[in-house]
Ligand binder design. Structure first.
Ligand code: ATP
Length: 236
């Protein structure tokens, strides 16, 4: 069953249309990727799924229920968590406080202790450093913290925008490893990435967006062998 269904979605900023008839489907328990260059419309799509932007037309359904008319608050409550590009941590707050901010919504605040325990198990380094300020961490550690914060609301679907951006290859690998672990725990993951090779290696299915339109889709390993993807995105 599809967890998330995006149908015929068009989105504009004022008079400028940036998403054109976007259709995509994310199956429960899968890792699905959205690939595309700068400015292709990836963040716009995530902002639309999470209710920060409203489509001018089209529908978005989560677990069979329309969500395109709901507020972001209500969408989080339903089990969708969003990690925006760059993580947007609070640099002068501790690691523990940053994690707690992920449970700030009234529905999750009372269970934040259980959430912290889960995150410390998933990212032991966060427990070791829980009293340290977020700004003292390395880029890779900050991204782990941002992922942990996104997971504090116990989501069933995680939207991750450019998780590996700016990370060393080793740290990018570590971050993708966490995605695989979440997948093995049954969490559905929608990855928006420019790191095409590593992403296609772990994605069950992927979509390619160019100038606001989905131009290609297929299983991750199939797209890795696709001539167009190899030339346009892998420089081969
Ligand atoms: P990047 O990885 O660089 O963020 P992206 O694929 O996420 O790229 P978007 O940020 O969704 O792309 O941008 C899609 C288009 O919409 C671009 O042409 C961008 O300039 C434009 N755009 C994005 N945000 C706004 C905004 N708030 N107002 C007007 N135009 C915007």
């Amino acid at each position: 069953m599809a967890t998330l269904e995006v149908k015929g979605v068009n989105v504009s900023y004022g008079k400028m249309q940036v998403l054109w008839d976007v259709n995509l489907s994310i199956t429960e328990g899968s890792i699905v990727a959205l690939l595309g260059a700068n400015g292709a419309g990836k963040s716009t799509l995530l902002n639309t799924i999470t209710g920060l932007l409203k489509p001018t037309s089209g529908e978005i359904a989560f677990n069979g229920e329309r969500i395109d008319n709901l507020s972001s608050d209500k969408i989080i409550e339903k089990g969708i968590s969003y990690l925006p590009e760059g993580g947007r941590l609070y640099p002068d707050m501790t690691i523990k406080e940053n994690l707690e901010m992920g449970a700030y919504h009234r529905k999750f605040w009372s269970s934040r202790k259980e959430g912290l325990d889960r995150m410390y198990k998933l990212f032991p380094i966060l427990e070791e450093r829980k009293k340290q300020l977020a700004k003292t961490m390395s880029g890779g550690e900050r991204q782990m913290l941002a992922m942990g914060r996104a997971l504090m609301s116990n989501p069933t679907l995680c939207l991750f925008d450019e998780l590996s951006y700016g990370l060393s290859p080793v740290m990018a690998q570590a971050v993708f490893q966490v995605v695989k672990q979440l997948h093995s725990e049954g969490i559905t993951v929608f990855l928006v990435e420019q790191n095409v090779h590593q992403t296609l290696e772990i994605a069950d299915y992927a979509y390619v967006i160019e100038n606001g339109r989905i131009v290609k889709e297929g299983e991750g390993h199939t797209l890795l062998e696709d001539d167009y993807i190899r030339q346009a995105y892998l420089g081969m």
